[in-house]
Ligand binder design. Structure first.
Ligand SMILES: C[S@@+](CC[C@H](N)C(=O)[O-])C[C@H]1O[C@@H](n2cnc3c(N)ncnc32)[C@H](O)[C@@H]1O
Length: 197
């Protein structure tokens, strides 16, 4: 994704953004709409967790063991302090996931939202245990209206999540592009839930 930048530069950039932002961020639709697909027990990783919208939602709604990793220590500190305030348990790590991806067979589910490192796709598949689920949601190059990243390289091409994760069994996919009445629907993003079989 950002191979032209060092870890240090990426951290600096995101620390700045997170320190300017309020709150923890909303949980992603891919998680809210498909929460019922998660197992009753096991582990889930919120990869590139930001300020913890997904991880804290999972901690509130499930009994899973939750890990949340991000390169930004500002973001990770925010997740930790919010978890403490709410009395929730989240295992956090400040980690460059492009340099140190999760180990093979280490999670029952992985969620990653609004983050795209195409080169990580094989490591994410490896990191899932058999039967594990990947929840992915991020921006598409086809966008209606403004918002989302201005750099198309960090946005998905048409059907790209389907290609990146073609070796997983597809369970949910949504990408509306610019079809029909663009004032309605769920736009500028694609979501996928897929299972390792
Ligand atoms: C747009 S934010 C998304 C945060 C959260 N997933 C969400 O949907 O609200 C992208 C996140 O990716 C993190 N990030 C970028 N590069 C990373 C890397 N190499 N390793 C770990 N985290 C990274 C940033 O610090 C930032 O928190």
């Amino acid at each position: 994704m950002q191979h032209d930048m060092t870890s240090h530069e990426i951290r600096k950039k995101w620390n700045h953004r997170h320190s300017q932002a309020d709150g923890i961020g909303e949980p992603a639709k891919v998680l809210i709409e498909n929460l019922h697909l998660l197992p009753q027990s096991g582990s889930i990783l919120d990869l590139a967790c930001g300020r913890g919208g997904n991880a804290l939602y999972l901690a509130e709604k499930t009994r899973l063991s939750i890990d949340a990793w991000d390169i930004s220590d500002v973001a990770v500190n925010r997740v930790e302090s919010e978890a403490k305030i709410r009395g929730l348990s989240v295992n956090t790590q400040v980690r460059d996931i492009s340099l140190s991806p999760p180990k093979p067979n280490s999670f029952n589910a992985i969620v990653t939202t609004h983050f795209l490192d195409r080169a990580l796709a094989p490591a994410l598949i490896d990191a899932l245990c058999l039967g594990g689920l990947l929840f992915y949601q991020t921006f598409t190059q086809t966008a209606v209206g403004s918002g989302g990243p201005s750099n198309p390289k960090i946005c998905l091409g048409e059907g790209e999540l389907l290609k990146l994760f073609q070796h997983l069994r597809l369970r949910v996919y949504r990408e509306e592009g610019a079809l029909g009445d663009v004032k309605r629907g769920w736009r500028n993003l694609a979501m996928l839930v897929a299972e390792k079989v």
